[in-house]
Design a protein around this ligand. Structure first.
Ligand SMILES: [Zn+2]
Length: 720
């Protein structure tokens, strides 16, 4: 028998491969190695060891890479993620190993600093260098560029004693957060202190604990979970705070800085390679103690993780829908379990799954019942659009217009919410009735007036807005149908010509800097009316905002999504919660055609319990989560007949099992996407069924022919 190393590579492979280990090589689990894969030598990770007799065909490990190994915890987490979500182990490892360079120590760079000497009679070039502010210490190239001098000037300035030269790591460590810094200019309320103490006690146990931090919007959840973070930092551990949209949390980052006197390490998809490498390395060696990141930060190789916070745990963006399909909220709970750490799920509108777990005692339930100080919850009312019809071609009813007028007359701010980008969601020809469709996807083109284009929001396809109908060629007959934020902003600017109006959506403020600028302008009162998509929803404090109008409350109710009611309720509570902070009471009006829908009735009555009870009883009758579990199989092919045929084969391959119900195959809600025809099977399972195991066994029986794709989605959310 020969001892064999099992090596997993960060590529699309289902499991580790076996390799011989050279005699003198001492390997341990988690070590990085180079080994032959195909014709290449590839970086992989030692996943385990086995004894084997037949080793004739095995290749040898080529090199043991000297780098800090991955810890067993993250290996187990990779295995769990792959198993639970029915996906490839190698693909999950690739989420962990994003940057190979991060395995090397940071290279050193040469930096310059002024010595403080500034004799008279300096040359113009030398003066320009010494008068640079906010740049030091800096690299030669940066200084030369900023001062408009050649780099040789720096050498002579160093010789003359004006600059000093030294070497430092290119990727410096992060400043350590100080848990006792307390730089905030306000005090926590007794209720916040009490909730913080409860979370701290859980962190102190240094064992797996889940807490649902359940607090109304504006109740100070962030301040409370930062106390839990302080506890983990005091104990020498690392803290991960997951947020839905990193770009939108600049206000949040400021709070981290105030609380701990240091910027946290940030992790998100838009960051460059250098920043990525730095964070990965510092997390891996345990020096980055506080990380704030989007969902993929969960796959960073923490050395001593003691707390994960999932902020806005109900948020749909925790679900990754492409590549490895997973829900970061659920995976965070498992990551904590493997690390023996605490996890805090925070939300003003917790998911029904988390609430049920909290009420059954599986999770600790920490409740923050009120806003601090004099701040009260906004007064929410419905506007029945059948009764208060907006004028033809208009989208705002009289009560909403009056609400904006009132806020502005008091010198306050107003916000109008519509979760639709662009000018109009549909472009129709008045002459022949043609609707402009995306060429390769089953969706309407959306008119964007600012860019003058017609855009497919599913694929990003766009074309210049045509002047004539592509079907009947009539000039000037194409008409926008329905509102997007641009159109609402246009209506508002006609109604309030003197108001300062801004749009906030991913089109109009695409980059984090632009979003930050607009948020700051809103917070400081430089904007009177903000018209925005869901980007406005997440966790901002606008002290002068006292009126929120929801243009189309019904929007998220369509589409046959089982969570539509829950999602509508959550979004609208969050939107309405933007109004009235500090000491100004707020008001929210929701325009709807369905004032009798239980989500709206509950919203208007402020009756969260009533909504939850009604929603849960509906789910129980239908056997839907949390009373049952769901999975989906999405099949796609370039040919509709082939998609149908393969979908039937997949159905026929389903293993027989108790407590499983299979619906479909049917057309997926987006039937054609990028030219591929999509079919869907929906699997409903009773709670006692191990759904992941069932889906794995089913998947193992399926062989997809060339050019046909299929993917398993456990606990599907989006229903695309
Ligand atoms: Zn036409």
């Amino acid at each position: 028998m020969v001892k064999i190393a099992k090596i997993l590579f960060p590529v699309a492979v289902p499991e580790p491969f076996d390799y011989l280990v050279p005699d003198k090589m001492k390997l341990s689990i988690g070590d990085f190695v180079y080994a032959p894969l195909g014709t290449q030598s590839k970086l992989g990770v030692v996943w385990g060891f086995v004894e084997r007799e037949d080793t004739k065909k095995l290749k040898q490990v080529l090199e043991h890479k000297r780098a800090r190994p991955l810890n067993p915890e993250i290996l187990k987490f990779v295995n769990f993620t792959a198993q639970y979500n029915c996906t490839l182990q190698g693909s999950v490892l690739r989420m962990v190993l994003r940057s190979h360079k991060a395995l090397e120590p940071s290279p050193d760079v040469t930096l310059y600093n002024p010595t403080g000497q500034r004799p008279s009679g300096l040359s113009a070039a030398r003066k320009r260098v010494l008068s640079l502010a906010d740049i030091w210490p800096a690299r030669a190239g940066e200084i030369a560029k900023a001062a408009g001098v050649s780099s040789s000037v720096l050498g002579t300035m160093t010789k003359a004693g004006l600059l000093e030269r030294f070497t430092a790591p290119l990727d410096p460590p992060f400043a350590p957060p100080n848990p006792d810094h307390e730089g905030r200019d306000f005090e926590l309320t007794p209720k916040q202190i009490n909730a913080g103490a409860k979370l701290q006690a859980l962190v102190q146990q240094k064992s797996f604990n889940v807490a649902l931090l359940d607090g109304v919007t504006g109740s100070g959840k962030t301040e409370v979970y930062l106390e839990a973070a302080a506890q983990a930092l005091r104990a020498g551990g690392q803290v991960l705070i997951l947020v839905p949209e990193i770009a939108l949390t600049q206000a949040g980052l400021k709070r981290f800085f105030e609380r701990f006197g240091a910027e946290p390490a940030q992790w998100h998809s838009a960051m460059g390679d250098a920043a990525r490498r730095r964070v990965w390395r510092e997390v891996h060696n345990g020096r980055a103690r506080l990380v704030v990141g989007a969902r993929s930060a969960l796959y960073l190789p923490f050395a001593d993780l003691q707390l994960i916070v999932v902020d806005e745990e109900h948020d749909g963006s925790y679900k990754q829908e492409e590549g490895v399909i997973y829900n970061a909220r659920d995976m965070a709970v498992m990551r904590s379990k493997l690390a023996g750490a605490a996890v805090v799920l925070a939300s003003a509108t917790p998911s029904l799954e988390s609430l049920t777990n909290a009420r059954s005692g599986r999770y600790h339930h920490v409740i923050l019942p009120e806003r601090p100080g004099a701040a009260t919850m906004p007064d929410v009312a419905l506007v029945d659009l059948k009764e208060h019809k907006p004028d033809a071609g208009r989208f705002l009813s009289k009560p909403v217009i009056d609400g904006v007028t009132e806020a502005l007359s008091k010198g306050d701010q107003a916000m109008l919410y519509l979760n639709r980008r662009g000018f109009a969601p549909l472009i129709m020809c008045r002459a022949c009735g043609e609707r402009l469709k995306s060429p390769d996807t089953d969706s309407w083109l959306v008119q964007h007036k600012r860019t003058g284009r017609a855009v497919c929001h599913h694929t990003g396809y766009s074309m210049p807005m045509p002047t004539a109908c592509p079907e009947c060629k009539t000039e000037g007959a194409l008409t926008p149908v329905g509102p997007g934020v641009e159109r609402v902003a246009e209506e508002v600017s006609e109604l309030f010509p003197n108001a300062r109006i801004e749009i906030l959506s991913s089109d109009t403020a695409g980059n984090p800097q632009a979003i930050r600028t607009r948020m700051a302008a809103m917070a400081s009162g430089e904007i009177d009316i903000m018209v925005g998509t869901q980007m406005v929803v997440k966790g901002h404090n606008f002290p002068h905002l006292t009126f929120v109008g929801v243009v189309d409350g019904d929007l998220s109710l369509g589409g046959g999504d089982l969570r539509a009611g829950e999602r509508t309720y959550q979004t609208l509570v969050q939107v309405a919660g933007r109004a009235g902070r500090a000491d100004k009471p707020g008001r929210a009006l929701i325009q709807t055609h369905m004032p009798d829908h239980e989500a709206f009735v509950a919203l208007a009555a402020g009756d969260r319990e009533g909504f939850i009870a009604a929603e849960l009883s509906m789910r129980e009758i239908l056997g839907l989560p949390p009373y049952g579990r769901l999975a989906a199989i999405i099949i796609s092919a370039t040919d509709a007949a082939k998609a149908n045929e393969f979908a039937r084969k997949v159905l026929n391959a389903a293993p027989r099992a108790e407590g499983i119900e299979i619906l479909g195959p049917s057309e997926a809600p987006i039937t054609i996407l990028r030219g591929r025809h999509r079919r869907r099977l929906l699997i409903k399972a009773e709670p006692k069924v191990n759904l992941s195991a069932y889906m794995r066994s089913w998947k193992s029986r399926i062989r997809a022919p060339h050019k046909i794709k299929f993917a398993v989605d456990i606990d599907p959310q989006g229903f695309m």
